[in-house]
Design a protein around this ligand. Sequence first.
Ligand code: NAD
Length: 335
Amino acid sequence: MTKVKVAINGYGTIGKRVADAVMLQDDMEIIGIAKTRPNFETVIAQEKGYPVYTLAERVGSMEKEGIEVAGTVEDMVEAADVVVDCTPGKVGVTNKELYEKAGVKAIWQGGEAHELAGCSFNAEANYEEALGKDFVRVVSCNTTGLCRVLSPLDNEFGVKKARVTLMRRSADPNDIKNGPINAIVPNPIKLPSHHGPDVKTVIPGIDVATTAVKLPTTLMHLHTINLELERECTAEDVENLLAEQSRVRFVGQGITSTAEIMELGKDLGRPRGDMWENCVWNESITMYEGELYFFQAIHQESDVIPENVDAIRAMMELESDGKRSIAETNAKMGI
Ligand code: NAD
């Protein structure tokens, strides 16, 4: 089988994980990664055998540090069938012209606006919408986490109204620049937050409103979800439905915090200790005065990774059925 040629532009938290997940699949491969600085991640990318590309003006500084440069970002883009743009938020938008000029398909991440790609993606909620598309945006970690539960609940019971509080990690574990380190920050202060409208780019018409605060933690986000449903159901019905979702994992057995979930990821032998699934405390699933409540934790560094693999499969029309693509990605990644 000829494999789809995937390039990663921006090899940081998300980019390096997407690269490794793509290499686990039978129908796609990494033909290059683009990095701007010759740091430890660049060295490891090279050791893994990924051809390293960089900006034209950075070739010299890369080579000076002993990195073998395969070419410029333009060269990499020319050689690819699809580029997964994992540059920092608001940088990806500046690359659109490059992709258009090369006639290459591109995937952006949640740091970019919906309008950039015109198609915002979550495999469970709207895989079919991305079939054959040239440009797709894989929504942010929080939006991915929300779509994974709201979509099946809406299909099965009808979501009349969703109200969600997002307690967000303030920085990734490798980030030494962001905080707070000793405060709780309403973010944004203006309500509701942008996360609700972002969910609507994937599930149009759903009534969802969100508020968000940043906490001094790096591990995971935590959502308090409150839903009014159209059709009557019990907490057990909801638990049974969520149990069927392959990217939802129930946590219990002494797990009472995000710290223990991250320990579970390591104990499972996951690469980098990643937790690709939404972690729902099934004990928290409660019907109270006709409304549904539950808690879920979201590993911001990794939940969007399988979604990027599925987005590639949909755009390249390697698989027309979302459920089959999800199953294939999960099987290869070990979800
Ligand atoms: P990151 O800062 O960890 O990595 C970005 C990488 O891109 C770095 O290696 C940086 O050196 C490189 N880069 C910077 N400018 C570049 C350029 N002009 N060309 C090529 N490479 C360049 O960022 P990240 O956390 O991986 O985020 C990437 C995207 O994924 C953003 O849109 C972000 O919003 C989104 N996202 C991040 C998370 C998360 O929690 N980290 C979760 C979901 C989605």
